[in-house]
Design a protein around this ligand. Structure first.
Ligand code: NAP
Length: 576
């Protein structure tokens, strides 16, 4: 420990309890409840205050539960020089993983990152849905080993790349919808002996998924995996990939709190005395008893049922409701198993690693971006000053790895929640996003089939559904008239109107599904995630970056994300 005199200013996220009133007179040493980490790897553990200090009560703004204090008048600081950080690299050495959802977007980025930065890691047993073992292996090769995402590893390992990958990644035929996640007994025994960390990334991410399917994957999937986890001999951590939107219709700054069994958002936000009681078993019975007839009409019925049940309990859609119930199940079953729940907001393409702009699938805001770029969608229903909470995939992965190392290396059980989200610390406002899109597609336009650049206009943002649908109808009519020329035939004119009405209905449906997100009233606090950064060494912060505050949205959206989307998802179609 060393003592030094300095004029130091910092806002504490969790100030010592001594700061309980707005103005305090102090002449004493104060010890932090945790060391305050400075970027130069100095750990400040205590400071001496001399004089009167103002504390700002920020309960209603950024930090709902604590006060903040500037310690610029601290006259003396005790500090520890040198910081080993979390020990991410040493933690990962030799660890074996069981991963679900590895053929999906996010888990693939996670596996790539770990294999690239920690070639001494153990094995990844990845659960793959397939006809048989051979087909599962084929999916591993086609959807992971041979993909562009892994090109850095291909360069590193050269001719040995395929051998390296097949030694590290073991495809396991399975399905989280089946008892025992559908794994054959021999491999289940091996996994139970070998695995240190479970990463559950499998999900149905469709907002309006049929209720029975969403429950089976997002709620019962975690139940089946946690049951399997109980058999594991050396398990150190269960890591659940959830979503920040499990917070449902909570408003304001939303802290990183776990769910207890049967918690509902409705009971938190409702002003009425009556609140429906959530019983997950009853929900499962309800959904599964309704599936007796499995025909096409039943699909819509089951979708409607999911949305209805979600809204009843205070969630916006079936996806987030069933994910929240998945968290509840894990929390109620975990016992002595340490659990980390990562809650990212909307995950978009990689910011930096393994290279900028890698993306898979046409997700969340992307269909709107692409329709806009092609001139097919000139307006949308959003809260103009509202915020779209976006995070790059590599930042989500880095936060996941850091949290994994932190909680996997201590024997302390518990449920540790991490929001990986930008809305509270670095908000991307819709009107700003619209301007960035305009700028991008004005300078790098899509080409029409005749090879001519498609001109885009500023996107019109609507607050009300009626105005939005009127606009879409008028726009569709105008475009159709341009294509069809003057219409004298009444039958053709009726057909055009019907077509435009159909477009309006589609746009309205899209807007309705997105509405809970484009008018979202909450901002995700990420105090735990920021504290994780504070605990990292300088080297770890460099190699596992997830400081969302540092994202420059113009640069990321215009120069990284949209080009990545056009290149990797749309495969360069419509580019000059
Ligand atoms: N993408 C986002 O913006 C976002 C945002 C916040 C949170 N999250 C969460 O992040 C996680 C990963 O999302 P993602 O975007 O990577 O999803 P994704 O690309 O849709 O991938 C989903 C994965 O789950 C697997 N899966 C689905 N049903 C399964 C089953 N019955 N048994 C085994 N595996 C099954 C899929 O396998 P198949 O390939 O066989 O279908 C796929 O590998 C999810 O838990 C999601 O809730 C995503």
């Amino acid at each position: 420990m060393e003592s030094s005199c300095l004029n130091y200013s910092h806002v504490l996220r969790k100030p010592p309890s001594v700061f309980s009133s707005r103005k305090v007179k102090l002449q004493q040493w104060c010890t932090f409840p945790f060391p305050l980490q400075k970027k130069n790897t100095t750990k400040i553990t205590s400071f001496y205050l001399n004089g009167t200090f103002s504390t700002s009560n920020r309960k209603s703004s950024l930090f709902p539960k604590c006060q903040a204090v500037s310690i610029e008048n601290a006259v003396s600081v005790h500090s520890e020089i040198g910081n080993e950080g979390i020990g991410i690299v040493s933690f990962l050495q030799g660890k074996n993983f069981l991963v679900t959802g590895a053929t999906g977007f996010l888990a693939k980025v996670l596996i790539e990152k770990i294999l690239r930065t920690n070639p001494d890691v153990g094995k990844f047993y990845i659960i793959i849905k397939a006809r048989d073992d051979e087909a599962a292996k084929e999916r591993l090769i086609n959807e992971i080993v041979n993909t562009e995402l892994f090109k850095s590893l291909q360069e590193i390992h050269g001719n040995n790349y395929r051998e390296f990958m097949l030694k590290k990644i073991i495809p396991v035929l399975g399905n989280v919808r089946e008892t025992g996640i559908g794994i054959k007994p021999e491999i289940a025994r091996e996994i139970a002996e070998e695995v240190d960390i479970i990463v559950n990334s499998a999900a149905s991410t469709t907002f309006d998924e049929r209720y029975d399917v969403a429950l089976d994957i997002n709620t019962l999937g975690p139940y089946r995996l946690m049951s399997f986890a109980k058999r594991m001999k050396r398990l150190k951590l269960f890591l659940q990939v959830s979503t920040a939107y499990v917070n449902g219709q909570r408003q304001g700054v939303i802290s990183e709190r776990p769910f207890g069994l049967g918690d509902t958002i409705a009971s938190e936000i409702s002003s009425s005395n009556y609140c429906p009681v959530l019983d997950i078993e009853e929900e499962i019975k309800l959904a599964f008893s309704s599936t007796a007839k499995d025909d096409a009409s039943n699909v819509q019925e089951m979708k409607d049922l999911g949305l209805k049940r979600a809204k009843l309990y205070g969630w916006q859609d079936t996806y987030v409701f069933t994910k929240a119930m998945g968290e509840m199940i894990i929390n109620s079953m975990r016992g002595e198993i340490p659990v980390v729940t990562i809650r990212p907001s909307v995950i978009e393409s990689t910011l930096k690693e393994p290279f900028p702009g890698w993306m898979e699938g046409n997700r969340m805001m992307d269909p709107i971006v692409l329709y806009y770029g092609k001139g097919q969608l000139t307006g949308f229903l959003v809260e103009t000053h509202g915020v779209l909470d976006v995070v790059p995939a590599d930042m989500v992965v880095n936060a996941t790895v850091a949290a994994m190392a932190k909680h996997g290396s201590c024997t302390d059980p518990g449920m540790h929640i991490y929001h990986v989200a930008s809305s509270n610390v670095n908000p991307l406002v819709f009107s700003h996003l619209a301007n960035i899109m305009l700028e991008h597609f004005s300078t790098s336009p899509y080409m029409d089939p005749a090879g001519q650049p498609i001109q885009v206009q500023p996107m019109k943002l609507f607050h009300e559904m009626s105005k939005f649908s009127d606009f879409i109808y008028a726009d569709a009519m105008e475009k159709s008239a341009k294509v069809a020329g003057p219409v004298s035939n009444e039958r053709v004119s009726d057909r055009l109107k019907a077509l435009c009405m159909k477009l309006v209905e589609q746009a309205k449906y899209l807007a309705t599904i997105y509405e809970p997100y484009t008018f979202y009233g909450g901002r995700f606090d990420n105090t735990n995630t920021e504290e994780l950064i504070d605990e990292m060494s300088e080297e770890e912060r460099e190699n596992f970056q997830f400081d969302v505050e540092s994202i420059n949205w113009e640069d990321y959206i215009a120069n990284v994300h949209i080009p990545g989307l056009r290149k990797h998802v749309k495969k360069g179609r419509g580019m000059p």
